[in-house]
Design a protein around this ligand. Structure first.
Ligand SMILES: Cc1cc2nc3c(=O)[nH]c(=O)nc-3n(C[C@H](O)[C@H](O)[C@H](O)COP(=O)(O)OP(=O)(O)OC[C@H]3O[C@@H](n4cnc5c(N)ncnc54)[C@H](O)[C@@H]3O)c2cc1C
Length: 607
């Protein structure tokens, strides 16, 4: 089974993406144009990324006091990626884009993530530019976004500060108007920023001519005080090097400096930085303070940033799924060639008989099928969400509204589920290799280290859980959950008509009902503390029910096609998920519906 075969099956047989060409925006596309984008990305990933995955891990970025250095292979990979046009893939033709559907764009980008996630693709840059296309002025789009789409400039997102990670309302970076004429700057109202931003990915490097930082900061009120909460947060473009209205560099360095690089467990090829804004290291026009141009209205910064973060969350989930896949492929190959032990049963202890390959042991098959069910299921979920994004952008009214609600509810799962379970897949890949898996002679330990990030950034696991149970499933009177429940019921109805899937259909119905009952029970007292104390077990159960639904929907499609090994494998992974995974939800939902207070009430001294 090749990864490409799975991608093609999901895109064409399951999601029917060819039908998107009936929409005006995608009318010039065809199966051939989609295939050629996938072919190009697959080739670049194979030639410029995969061979250098370990190099990016071992030759970490280093700072000479002026510049951050990366291995030559990372420069070559970036050049090939920029040249592929993928940064602007979803954009209009007039912007040099391909008007590619989001679902095909995500599938194409998955090849890079699977080959070498630690080298990094263009997710931050295209997300940054997309945000400016939605919230920036025409001039900001022309000068900054367009140069990001070509790869001339790259982008970052600067939210976190040393003292403010999950709680962004507590950021203290300040933005003050820069001079009496500050409102009339053609690049947008001009401010001076001062503060520190922590953990900024790609915050300093020489891969592009310039770096466009999108920075959250607070504009002090008339008394010089920062407005508490998220209402006070605004968004600014802070270029590393100043530019004119024609997009040319002016030759002035902005007052943004690298305080240091963070040395990480994984994703080591991507420089991760602590940036100082406005400390006077590079004074601009004789004064300290980084020049920043306001994007949108004051106080609306976080709302605009979320435009970028929702896309980013689907991309994080996809990256986690791809790391899971990479580990699955490596451990499958190993299991097919490693001789060890003899079969259980008569003659099994006879040392004069040849050993079997470890894939012949049932327990190794269990570990392989678990990985397959996690990472193929996660890939299907991410592509489904990306297809919803296309519906949101190009669907007719009803379908668009439905897609919007489903995306709201599914985004925390799209980000979190692969981050937890494809990390578990990576752990199982190590287990399949035994002691060898624990060494650096094989790639699986790196996949695990890389994947460990995904439960932390873009909203930690715990924060995603609070968002799901505290907001997403209760908003609009629980309308999102009800819509998801009806989508699950529709899949179950189709599956019930297929003998081999009818049992799964029933199990999905019961699991979805349990989820609804547990949601109500969690909120039965209306006390947020009680309801949300077990938000993470709720997230886990919710994710498993969603994945069971996705797997059943995929299985209905697979069961209707002429059978082959690939499709039999998919039906087996679905069966694995229903038999080994879905039953776990009862334990998770048990503590949710009892509003179990074991953790919440334990006195601090007793830990
Ligand atoms: C490699 C890497 C790359 C990153 N890239 C970027 C980037 O490009 N731009 C950017 O802005 N940021 C970036 N981040 C920052 C990342 O988003 C934060 O690390 C993350 O939001 C968590 O913040 P924190 O590290 O301060 O942890 P904290 O917020 O201190 O959280 C620590 C723990 O406490 C829990 N917790 C916190 N608050 C609550 C609560 N209210 N209820 C329950 N539990 C809670 C969390 O779930 C977590 O388990 C990156 C981080 C890393 C490690």
């Amino acid at each position: 089974m090749s990864y490409r075969r799975t991608v093609d099956f999901l895109l064409h047989d399951w999601l029917g993406v060819a039908s998107l060409r009936e929409r005006a925006r995608f009318a010039d596309h065809s199966r051939e144009t989609f295939d050629s984008v996938l072919d190009t990305c697959e080739r670049i990933a194979r030639e410029k990324y995969a061979p250098f995955n370990r190099v990016a891990d071992t030759e970490e970025p280093w700072f000479d006091g002026e510049k951050v250095h990366l291995p030559q292979s990372s420069h070559d990979a970036a050049e090939a990626f920029f040249g592929s046009g993928m940064l602007a893939a979803a954009q209009d033709y007039e912007l040099g884009g391909m008007q590619l559907p989001c679902v095909v764009e995500m599938a194409a980008n998955s090849f890079f993530a699977k080959a070498a996630i630690g080298i990094g693709g263009g997710m931050l840059t295209s997300g940054n530019a997309n945000l400016l296309m939605a919230h920036g002025t025409p001039m900001q789009q022309e000068v900054f976004a367009k140069n990001e789409f070509t790869g001339r400039f790259s982008g970052t997102m600067c939210l976190s500060e040393p003292q403010a990670g999950s709680s962004l309302s507590d950021i203290v970076t300040r933005a003050t108007p820069d001079g009496a004429d500050h409102v009339s700057d053609p690049l947008g109202p001009r401010y001076r920023l001062r503060g520190n931003k922590m953990w900024i990915s790609n915050g300093e490097h020489e891969l592009t001519e310039n770096i466009v930082h999108l920075v959250l900061a607070k504009i002090p009120d008339a008394d010089g005080q920062l407005v508490p909460g998220t209402r006070g947060i605004s968004l600014f473009i802070v270029p590393k090097k100043l530019v004119g209205v024609d997009g040319a560099l002016t030759g002035e360095r902005n007052d943004v400096s690298l305080a240091g690089l963070n040395h990480k467990l994984g994703y080591r090829g991507i420089p991760n930085t602590l940036l100082n804004f406005g400390e006077g290291r590079y004074p601009v026009r004789g004064a300290a303070g980084a020049i920043g141009y306001l994007v949108g209205q004051p106080g609306q910064g976080l709302r605009a940033m979320f435009h970028m973060m929702n896309e980013a969350r689907i991309a994080v989930g996809l990256g986690a799924a791809m790391l899971g896949f990479a580990g699955y492929e490596a451990s499958l190959e190993y299991a097919k060639s490693r001789p060890q032990g003899r079969p259980i049963g008569p003659g099994g202890k006879d040392a004069s008989k040849p050993q079997v390959r470890i894939i012949e042991h049932a327990d190794v098959r269990r570990m392989l099928l678990a990985q397959k069910s996690y990472c193929e299921g996660a890939l299907a979920l991410e592509l489904y969400c990306a297809r919803l994004v296309d519906e949101l952008h190009t669907g007719v009214d009803d379908a668009r509204a439905r897609a919007s609600v489903l995306l709201e509810v599914l985004t925390p799962i799209a980000k979190s589920w692969p981050s937890e379970w494809c990390l578990e897949a990576n752990s199982l890949a190590i287990q399949v290799l035994g002691g060898y898996g624990y060494t650096r002679d094989f790639p699986v330990e790196q996949y695990w280290r890389d994947n460990r990030l995904n439960m932390i950034h873009e909203g930690t696991h715990g924060i995603q859980a609070l968002d799901l149970l505290g907001r997403k499933v209760v908003m609009d009177g629980g309308g999102g959950l009800a819509l998801l429940r009806s989508a699950m019921a529709a899949t179950a109805a189709r599956a019930a008509a297929i003998d081999s899937l009818a049992g799964h259909a029933q199990a999905l119905g019961a699991a979805a009902d349990h989820l609804v009952v547990a949601t109500r029970a969690a909120w039965a007292t209306g006390v947020a503390d009680e309801a949300l104390a077990n938000a993470t077990p709720y997230l886990q159960a919710f994710g498993h029910v969603v994945l069971a639904w996705i797997w059943l929907d995929v299985a209905v499609c697979a069961a209707r096609l002429p059978s082959d090994d690939t499709l039999v494998g998919k039906l087996a992974a679905c069966r694995y998920f229903f038999h080994y995974e879905l039953p776990r939800i009862d334990a998770w939902l048990g503590v949710v519906e009892r509003r179990d207070d074991t953790c919440r009430m334990l006195a601090e001294e007793c830990f």
